[in-house]
Design a binder for this molecule. Sequence first.
Ligand SMILES: CC(C)(COP(=O)(O)OP(=O)(O)OC[C@H]1O[C@@H](n2cnc3c(N)ncnc32)[C@H](O)[C@@H]1OP(=O)(O)O)[C@@H](O)C(=O)NCCC(=O)NCCS
Length: 153
Amino acid sequence: MNAAIADQPFSIDTARLFDLPAIHRLERVCFSKDAYDALTLLGLMLNPGMLRLKAVARGMLIGFVAAERRLRAGDGWIITIGVLPEFWGQGIGQALLLAAEREMKVARVKLTVRRSNARAIDLYTRCGYRWVATSRGYYHDGEDGLIMEKEVW
Ligand SMILES: CC(C)(COP(=O)(O)OP(=O)(O)OC[C@H]1O[C@@H](n2cnc3c(N)ncnc32)[C@H](O)[C@@H]1OP(=O)(O)O)[C@@H](O)C(=O)NCCC(=O)NCCS
């Protein structure tokens, strides 16, 4: 999959095990206190039920999404999505999200987002997600998580 940011091309491809160090760096930059540790990310990379996509520009990993396809439930969950801050606002987050939806081939996609994460909530809303429930105190610092859902088909 290829697209362009301003006049910079970027591509979206399957993330591989060798991308793990770059994904770990991206997690820490994007999430600081919520970042997955290396072991959890290794689990994500090895889990056969997990879809892993990366955005690449200038040969560098600049975005990542992991999503779990739950065939029995007929849905998918976005587990993590992040873009390096210097590349924000150029459609890369949206491209990763829509690519994950397409590749999962499920009828419904869900995710959890911090109540205070206005930028991510805006992206999800623009992409057709709606708030369906609240997980009280979901995050380790006690902040609520909003569960958002999109009917893909
Ligand atoms: C949330 C996140 C993934 C969004 O990534 P992004 O690449 O900035 O997302 P997009 O560019 O697709 O959309 C964001 C904005 O860019 C704008 N945009 C989209 N395509 C654009 C384009 N081609 N040119 C200019 N602007 C564009 C959108 O209108 C949107 O604007 P707004 O939010 O100011 O209304 C990113 O901010 C991030 O990594 N945050 C930290 C991690 C995080 O919170 N992840 C979500 C956890 S639930």
